[in-house]
Structures are given as structure tokens and as C-alpha cells.
Design a protein around this ligand. Structure first.
Ligand SMILES: Cc1cc2nc3c(=O)[nH]c(=O)nc-3n(C[C@H](O)[C@H](O)[C@H](O)COP(=O)(O)OP(=O)(O)OC[C@H]3O[C@@H](n4cnc5c(N)ncnc54)[C@H](O)[C@@H]3O)c2cc1C
Length: 367
């Protein structure tokens, strides 16, 4: 009996020590309330969904913004991985990279165009992004990709999809000018599907989210992200724009819109090929607030960045920044998925101008 009592005391002391340790740890780590106070309520949130994707107890949900839907355990993972959170990301450019203060450091610049008709028919520009992903999946370089498709129930509402077949990747081609909370499916990719080296297609803010994730407490899931394809981006819009201005104001049926593009204004291509212009002035009120704090146009932290401006219509401008990005483009061109052309530095004239405009107008994030 005595032995048992002593054992119990020792056990209790042990548990109390553990408990104290846990409480101390909890106090040191910011909870969801901190993320809410420092990021979400200030309008900095970019809609990448990394907080949703890393929450171990799945109590962060989202609509237009992330929101707490259960009890936070104060593990600190959400604020740790948030690209608008505390702390800085440390990402050195590769040694041999050409330094560029506007579009970010790079190894080379190319123009890329898909060789497959089914991709060109669906793609936004040259279909280079879709071709790179398909080629990398086919060769086993990646085992899947987080891409953004349209919600089948609500046309033009973007939803993230974990594509593990070329058909799925192709089905998600084309730009949706909104924020898809792409990393909300992170846990599904790593835990459920057990992907080990997948790709993500991201806007610049979410590209920063990947790098934060890879240096955060949740770096195990971040490690499984092998290839980061970053898009050029001036801003993303609330889906209300589509409902109120396009469907409501213009009385257009969303399912009849084949493609949406931003030139100076919004240009909608309807089924049958006719074009409808919507002035950017009408769209401006629908810009996500978080975009006003962003100073990155060209996804400077990606392995390879892709955009429309720079190259000719029907081609994608590709900026490779890391060996991984370069390898991915080579896999696509060597396997016949992608036609590539060398381009001169002149191709960067418009990306430079837009990148400068974005940096100049970015409102500093204050804490
Ligand atoms: C919000 C937004 C704003 C952009 N603004 C500019 C701009 O100002 N200037 C410019 O030159 N280019 C801009 N782009 C990039 C451009 O629209 C094309 O995505 C890029 O040129 C690649 O073309 P592609 O034909 O090679 O891509 P595709 O082969 O068509 O593939 C596009 C890929 O992007 C994914 N995707 C679609 N929408 C999103 C999204 N919202 N978030 C994350 N992934 C998505 C698709 O799932 C697909 O994998 C923007 C893209 C987005 C999403």
C-alpha cells in the first residue's frame, strides 16, 4: 500500500511538472486571438488559408475571412505560419541568381507555351503553369498539386483542389481573380492523401505563406511542398464582385462566361467568343483589403513565377528562381509538354513597371 501511495505521489508530481510545463508553453505561444487582433481585424489577411491548414484541432474555418469555430488550444501554429503574422522569413536567393529589386532574384527568364490543345483551350495565357504541373506529375517529380478550380455549384467561386491526375490539373487551368484559401486543404494533402512532394500554385502573398510555413513549427507539412509556382498578381477581388457587378449589374449568366481577364479593365469572354468590358473603377471597391498591404507583384519567393505581362499574347512569362524551378521547367520542355523560348531582358519592362507600382502603393504593416 505504502509503495503504491509513494508511486502515486511521484506520478502526481510528474503530472504536475508536465502540466506546469504545458501551461508555461501555452502562455508563451500566441493563440488565435493574437492572430485575430494583429492580422485579421486589421485587414491584413490575404486569404491564403495557411492558418486553417495548420490548425491541429481544426477549429479555424473561413468565409471571406478566417474565423474561430471551436476551442483554441493556443498551440501558436496559426500565427507562426501566417504570412502576415509576426516574425520575418529568411529566404536567401541562390548565389548565381541575378539580383532584381523589383521582380525578385532570378536564374533565367523564358517565354512558355503549352503544346497540348486541351491545355491551350482552357489556360489563361500560354498554359505554361498547367503544362509544367502535368509534366512534373507524369515524370514523378511531384506526386500532386494544390490548384484552384471553380466551385461546381457556383461558377467563378474559386476553391482549392488537390490534383493527383493530369486531368484534374487541366480542369483547374485558367485564372480566377479571387483568393481561394488554397492552404486550407494542406492537412488533407499531407495526412489523408499522404503526399510527400507536391506542388502549389499560389499568389505572391500565399507564396510567402509557403515559405513561412516551411520555417514554422508546422514545417513538417511545409517540407512536403516541393515546387512552388507563384503567379504575378496586382490584387485579388472578393467574389461579391462577380455576383453583384457581373451577374447582378451586367445581368450576365455566370455559367456563360468562358474566361475572365484583366487588361486595363476586366474583359469577359463569353461562350461564342463575344467580349464584354467592365471598367476597373467598378471593380476597385471589391479589391481584398489585404492586397493593399502587399508589395510583391511577381511572387518573389517562388521556385518559378508565371505571368501574362512581358511576353506576347498567348505565351506565359516564366521567371525561374531556384534549381527546383529550373528543373521543373526543363522537365516540361524536355518531355514535350512545353515549348520555351529564350527572351531578352526587355521582357521585364512591364513586369518591372507593375512591380514598382505595387511596391510604391503598398501600405506598411504596422504592429
Ligand atoms: C488573382 C490573380 C491576379 C493576377 N494578376 C496578374 C497581373 O496583374 N499581371 C499578370 O501578368 N498576371 C497576373 N496573374 C497571373 C495570370 O493570370 C496567369 O495565372 C499566369 O500568366 C499563368 O498563365 P498560364 O496560362 O501559364 O496558367 P494556366 O495554365 O492557366 O494555370 C493557372 C494556374 O493558376 C491556378 N489558379 C487560378 N486562380 C488562382 C488563384 N486565385 N490563386 C491561386 N491559383 C490560381 C490554376 O488552378 C492553375 O493551376 C494573376 C493571377 C491571379 C490568380
Amino acid at each position: 500500500m505504502k509503495i503504491l501511495a509513494e508511486e502515486l505521489v511521484m506520478k502526481n508530481e510528474g503530472t504536475m511538472k508536465e502540466q506546469k510545463k504545458k501551461t508555461r508553453r501555452k502562455k508563451d505561444r500566441p493563440d488565435y486571438g493574437v492572430l485575430d487582433k494583429l492580422v485579421i481585424s486589421k485587414g491584413y489577411c490575404c486569404g491564403c488559408g495557411v492558418c486553417v491548414g495548420v490548425c491541429p484541432v481544426e477549429v479555424i474555418g473561413y468565409e471571406a475571412l478566417p474565423k474561430l469555430i471551436g476551442e483554441c488550444i493556443s498551440c501558436g501554429r496559426c500565427s507562426d505560419a501566417c504570412p502576415r503574422g509576426l516574425g520575418r522569413i529568411n529566404m536567401e536567393p541562390q548565389k548565381e541568381a541575378i539580383k532584381d529589386g523589383l521582380v525578385g532574384s532570378y536564374l533565367n527568364i523564358l517565354a512558355g507555351k503549352a503544346t497540348k490543345t486541351e491545355i491551350l483551350e482552357k489556360a489563361q495565357d500560354g498554359g505554361a503553369v498547367t503544362s509544367i504541373l502535368c509534366a512534373c506529375l507524369e515524370s514523378g517529380y511531384i506526386d500532386g498539386a494544390i490548384v484552384t478550380r471553380m466551385d461546381p455549384e457556383r461558377p467563378w467561386k474559386p476553391v482549392p483542389m488537390i490534383a493527383t491526375t493530369k486531368e484534374e490539373i487541366i480542369s483547374a487551368a485558367g485564372t480566377k481573380y479571387h483568393y481561394p484559401f488554397e492552404f486550407s486543404v494542406l492537412k488533407k494533402a499531407t495526412k489523408e492523401l499522404k503526399l510527400q512532394s507536391f506542388s502549389v500554385v499560389t499568389r505572391p502573398c500565399s507564396t510567402e505563406g509557403v515559405r513561412r510555413l516551411q520555417q514554422s513549427r508546422s514545417k513538417k507539412s511545409g517540407k512536403a511542398i516541393k515546387l512552388v509556382v507563384g503567379l504575378f498578381c496586382m490584387e485579388a477581388f472578393h467574389t461579391d464582385f462577380i455576383d453583384e457587378v457581373v451577374a447582378g449589374g451586367m445581368e450576365l449568366s455566370l455559367s456563360n462566361i468562358k474566361k475572365i481577364n484583366i487588361k486595363r479593365d476586366f474583359v469577359l469572354t463569353l461562350d461564342g467568343g463575344s467580349l464584354v468590358d467592365i471598367s476597373m473603377k467598378k471593380a476597385e471597391p471589391y479589391i481584398r483589403t489585404g492586397c493593399r498591404f502587399c508589395s510583391d507583384f511577381a511572387s518573389e519567393m517562388a521556385d518559378v513565377s508565371a505571368g501574362a505581362v512581358g511576353t506576347k499574347n498567348g505565351w506565359t512569362t516564366l521567371i525561374t528562381r531556384t534549381d527546383i524551378g529550373k528543373e521543373a521547367v526543363e522537365i516540361a520542355s524536355n518531355s514535350g509538354w512545353l515549348e520555351t523560348r529564350e527572351v531578352s531582358q526587355k521582357v521585364l519592362t512591364t513586369p518591372h513597371a507593375l512591380a514598382k507600382r505595387k511596391k510604391d502603393r503598398a501600405i506598411p504593416i504596422l504592429r
